[in-house]
Write a protein that binds this ligand. Structure first.
Ligand code: AMP
Length: 286
């Protein structure tokens, strides 16, 4: 694996690779890598790409400074994991490399409705920060394919929109991979390293709740289901920001279901100081 810290150097290398007919598959991450990240890398490898991962804990996407300070960093382990899994290139930039003009948000992306609901509502400014960093990384890497996880369902929709509004959708394919989970259903996440062993067991209730919603989905009224889901989380000591059901294509919240609209259930909840998110498509075959 080749490690680059400077954008100019990785750009030069990838330009030569592209001239030699190599396709670039890009997996952006914030590090503290786990099997979920590696599944994205494996997808990129399956597509016969030169695989490029990045590790950058992006300061502009943290609406809560304490969350940024406590974000897990396990760089030695990450390097080993990437190497062992056949990653070709790692981009490990500094903050000044990504934000040469400083980290003041100077560009605004028109994300419309997407920025006003769910994570957009509870983490103001978060998606602007995500767009800033992903846009900058895409300008540096210029990948043919971009690999992201359904674990961050709304983020995938935001990035699809980013690609559209920047015209990058003409050259970059967004590939979305399923969520990898622990044996109790807990979605793998870098933030799980901040949970105790006991909390990891408790946190399985998030997936259990999503599955409960899926298994009890009925035509018409959905509010009762959301209320029961919220109660389940609270009864297990979690503090939910939301338990929602939305149109899987546009994230419009749904209270009354016609039996046809594709649906996704989404949860964000605190367990102690740690905020966890997860989602489940409700309308695919069981
Ligand atoms: P992060 O390092 O948390 O910013 O995540 C980097 C990428 O990995 C994002 O596209 C995430 O959606 C994806 N990812 C995170 N957790 C998982 C998971 N459990 N399964 C699959 N992909 C994931």
């Amino acid at each position: 694996m080749i490690l680059f810290k400077k954008s100019e150097e990785i750009r030069k290398y990838l330009e030569t690779a592209a001239i030699n007919g190599k396709k670039a598959g890009f997996v952006p991450t914030m590090g503290a890598l786990h099997a979920g990240h590696i599944s994205l890398l494996n997808e990129a490898k399956k597509d016969k790409n030169l695989t490029i991962a990045s590790i950058f804990v992006n300061p502009t996407q943290f609406n809560d400074p304490a969350d940024f300070q406590k974000y897990p960093i396990t760089i030695e382990k990450d390097l080993q994991l990437l190497e062992a899994n056949g990653c070709d290139i790692l981009f490990l930039p500094s903050v000044s490399e990504i934000y040469p003009e400083g980290i003041k948000n100077n560009r605004h992306y028109d994300l419309g409705y997407l920025e006003t609901v769910l994570e957009g509502e509870f983490r103001p400014g978060h998606f602007q920060g995500v767009c800033l960093v992903v846009h900058r990384l895409l300008e540096i890497i210029k990948p043919d394919s971009l690999y992201m996880g359904q674990k961050d369902y709304q983020q995938c929709m935001v990035i699809r929109r980013l690609l559209q509004i920047t015209g990058l959708d003409q050259s970059i394919q967004l590939q979305i991979s399923p969520t990898l989970r622990e044996s109790n259903g807990l979605a793998m996440s870098s933030r799980n390293t901040r949970l105790s062993e006991e909390e990891k067991i408790i946190a399985g209730i998030i997936y259990e709740t999503l599955s409960y919603v899926k298994n009890n989905l009925n035509k018409s009224e959905l509010n009762e289901l959301k209320r029961k889901g919220t109660e389940k989380l609270i009864a297990n000591g979690l503090e939910p920001d939301y338990v929602e059901i939305a149109d899987a294509n546009n994230l419009q919240l749904v209270d009354q279901w016609n039996g046809k609209q594709p649906l996704v259930a989404l949860i964000a909840a605190f367990l102690g100081q740690v905020r966890l998110i997860d989602n489940l498509i409700l309308t695919d075959s069981k």
